[in-house]
Write a protein that binds this ligand. Structure first.
Ligand code: AHR
Length: 524
């Protein structure tokens, strides 16, 4: 790996956005109630108010927020989450935002149809905004295009951003006691409206027409908002049709993809759980490329019609490793992540950084308890295996520029998930790496993520810093012999990075014969 100083200046390329490490909170299982709010899963608003009466109304930011979770998610905390998507996910498609504002005791408890549970509505729009402000995250709200109406969407936007003396803006002032608007810039035009499980799902042509009407009206209420169209994986007929129709209206196009390890397995090829996991993110990379091409195609159409091209970025607002059999709706999608999941997750992070030019936002689904690196119990939190790579990426792989690395010839040629990736001739290399240079007051800081996906072979590399006056090196390595090792509340640090700091001399002496990235391991 030759990290050449001459490659460090990329004037034409945008820096890597911190929004690659955004989060997602859905009213699902113990994400909000138990993860964000320190209260039972489906509390009754009336009962809670009795408890909270003395300290004041819940909606004024006095909900019992879990401080331990906040310090993990916070901008000054471990994960530094810059943006938070809410309230769903599938949940949003039958969520009526007006149920979640005003005096808590008067908020209705409703059945919700995505996960077939009850929603207390004690955490609503004002609580979400307060939470975002408290952790230093930018709010991103997804609109209900299932059972919701355009009128509800317009009033939600006015409630959040209105500055006049109109009804919804005044109501917000009354509820929050503050003059200033919530200023929510990012709005999603529905969630997975293509999915048969989605309440109110639509055909692509129906969605395109409806979303265009909504976008037009929403931008009349607030032209400064950034609208996100609802996509599928990025590489589908739905995406093609929606991008084509919404390019003039939407500012970003959302895609979702999980490396599904449960139902969607390569059932014809048994015993490939390791490969399916560590090479799973290859499909996401392909989807990003296809989606970008669909945007380019739509822009070519516009320029032929003598209209200016639009810089529509991808909003990858749900991604993760997910075993949908182990982490099903019945257990609130709570997944115990193991060591191999962590390797698959590192491959995901590498993909996001490598493709950063086309991605404006990426939201890990989800931020606590639900398919999440972070789990809670009433008495504490657990950082799962995925937590540490996420922390290192979100701290160090941003605001810098991508360096070009050579491709590694030793490729995996076996089956991948989904199978069409391999059939399309996409063979991932065992070594997967990205490198970023960040300008610092002292010079440059180079950050390198190297994932060795080979199940049995170590990889020895010479990392050469050509042209550098090297000052120091810091290494974080995660390795475990046991591919299914986990962190548990009883053994919380079973899988975690081992960190080493070296001077220039220390580095040159210790690694004179090369740096070894062990079989199935990750080094940063
Ligand atoms: O993140 C869990 C679910 O996965 C979301 O609610 C939905 O959008 C997706 O299918």
């Amino acid at each position: 790996l030759n990290l050449d100083i001459d490659r460090l200046v990329h004037p034409a390329e945008p820096p890597i956005t911190d929004k690659l490490y955004s989060g997602f909170l859905e009213h699902l299982g113990r994400c909000i109630y138990g993860g964000i709010v320190d209260s039972p899963k489906t509390p009754s608003p009336a009962k809670l108010l009795v408890k909270q009466d003395k300290s004041g109304p819940l909606y004024k930011g006095r909900l019992g927020w879990r401080k331990d979770v906040m310090s993990c998610l916070s901008k000054d905390g471990e994960l530094e989450i810059p943006m938070m998507r809410w309230p769903g996910g599938n949940f949003v498609s039958n969520y009526h935002w007006q149920d979640g504002i005003g005096p808590v005791s008067q908020r209705p408890k409703r059945i919700e149809l995505a996960w077939l549970s009850d929603e207390s509505n004690i955490f609503g729009t004002d609580e979400f905004i307060d939470y975002c402000r408290a952790i230093g995250s930018e709010p991103y709200i997804c609109l209900n295009m299932g059972t919701g109406t355009l009128e509800e969407a317009l009033s939600w936007l006015e409630y959040c951003n209105g500055t006049g003396d109109t009804h919804w803006a005044e109501l917000r002032r009354k509820h929050t006691g503050r003059k200033e608007p919530h200023n929510v810039k990012y709005w999603g035009l529905g969630n997975e409206m293509w999915g048969p499980w989605q309440v109110g799902n639509l055909l692509p042509s129906e969605y395109a027409r409806k979303a265009r009407q909504w976008a037009h009206a929403l931008k009349l209420v607030d032209p400064s908002i950034c609208l996100v169209s609802c996509g599928e994986t990025g590489a589908s007929e739905w995406d093609r049709e929606v991008i084509q129709a919404l390019l003039p209206w939407a500012d970003m196009h959302s895609i979702h993809f999980y490396t599904m390890l449960g139902h969607d397995k390569m059932s014809s090829v048994p015993g490939l759980d390791y490969e399916k996991n560590v090479f799973g993110a290859v499909a996401a990379e392909k989807h990003i490329e296809v989606c970008k091409s669909l945007i380019d195609m739509a822009n070519i159409g516009r320029t032929i019609e003598r209209m200016p091209a639009r810089d529509m970025k991808i909003c990858f607002d749900e991604w993760n490793v997910w075993d949908d059999v182990k982490a099903a709706g019945s257990n609130g999608l709570e997944q115990v992540y193991d060591y191999t999941d962590m390797l698959g997750f590192c491959a995901w992070l590498n993909v996001l950084v490598r493709k950063h030019k086309d991605i404006g936002i990426a939201c890990l689904a989800q931020s606590v308890n639900v398919i999440s690196p972070l789990m809670t119990r009433p008495d504490g939190i657990l950082r799962q295996t995925l937590y540490y790579p996420l922390e290192l990426f979100s701290k160090y792989m941003k605001h810098g520029h991508l360096l070009q690395l050579p491709s590694f010839p030793d490729v995996y040629t076996g089956p991948t998930y989904p199978v069409y990736i391999q059939q399309a001739g996409y063979n991932p290399s065992y070594i997967d790496s990205v490198a970023v240079s960040v300008k610092t007051p002292e010079g440059f800081s180079i950050r390198v993520s190297v994932l060795n996906r080979h199940p049995t072979a170590d990889w020895v590399t010479n990392i050469a810093f050509s042209g550098f006056d090297l000052k120091s090196v810091r290494i974080h390595e995660i390795y475990h012999d046991d591919l299914i090792a986990k962190n548990t509340f009883e053994d919380p640090y079973n899988v975690k990075p081992v960190s080493t700091s070296l001077s220039k001399e220390g580095w040159e002496t210790e690694y004179a014969n090369g740096f070894t990235v062990k079989k199935h391991s990750w080094a940063f």
